[in-house]
Design a protein around this ligand. Sequence first.
Ligand SMILES: C[S@@+](CC[C@H](N)C(=O)[O-])C[C@H]1O[C@@H](n2cnc3c(N)ncnc32)[C@H](O)[C@@H]1O
Length: 225
Amino acid sequence: MPDLNTNIHLDMFAAGKRKRSFAARLKKAIMVLRGKDDIYGLEWGDPETNPPLQYVRDHFLLPYISADKTVVEIGPGGGRWTRYMLSAKRIYAVDYHPEILNELKANITTTNIVPVTNSGDDFPSIPEGSIDFLFSFGTFVHLDLDIIDRYLKNIKPLLKAEGEVVIQYADFTKPLAQTNEGFSNNDPDKMRQLVKSHGYVIKEEDVKTMWHSSIIRFGRDHLVG
Ligand SMILES: C[S@@+](CC[C@H](N)C(=O)[O-])C[C@H]1O[C@@H](n2cnc3c(N)ncnc32)[C@H](O)[C@@H]1O
């Protein structure tokens, strides 16, 4: 299972860059003509065109974004999901790899994005009680359970009372997770247990949309309806 020293993220980033350096120049021209960006991460599926990802965008992300919201994204990569958060008041883009945050900054230049390099499970400089919504897709699928546990502990103080969290995680009840070497050994039972152990209230579990992972939405505490 990947720990914080894993090279998989920088390897994926380098592979993505190589992939896009030659053939993708042509592809990029086509995509630009079609009015689309060629950003790191679209090789895993584009929420504009991939139906399960469209659903994730429309059901788990866009309803939580508006001009009065302060949001956190953990592991933004090249901004595949960040680009749907841009109407928020502020977006803290939290990533362990500064190289990848630089890629995000190159792709998205709006002034409401605050890049935060962290130590793999923490939120330096993000004020407690300030976050309306936290979203992470494509990142927790790679995190060992002890790191997820520490993240869940550290997310809680950040949230406003009505704050909501959406996390996609690896689901080893599904064969496509078991055969993915970079995935951590997680599943809905383990994730539910972890989330509950930190006193969160689970609002929604989606075990159907993705073929290798599942999604959980939860709130800070019992006051949240
Ligand atoms: C596979 S990419 C997914 C990027 C993006 N969320 C997407 O779906 O296109 C994983 C991202 O998580 C970041 N990452 C890996 N481990 C992390 C950790 N412990 N804390 C924060 N970010 C992490 C990587 O640097 C990378 O940006």
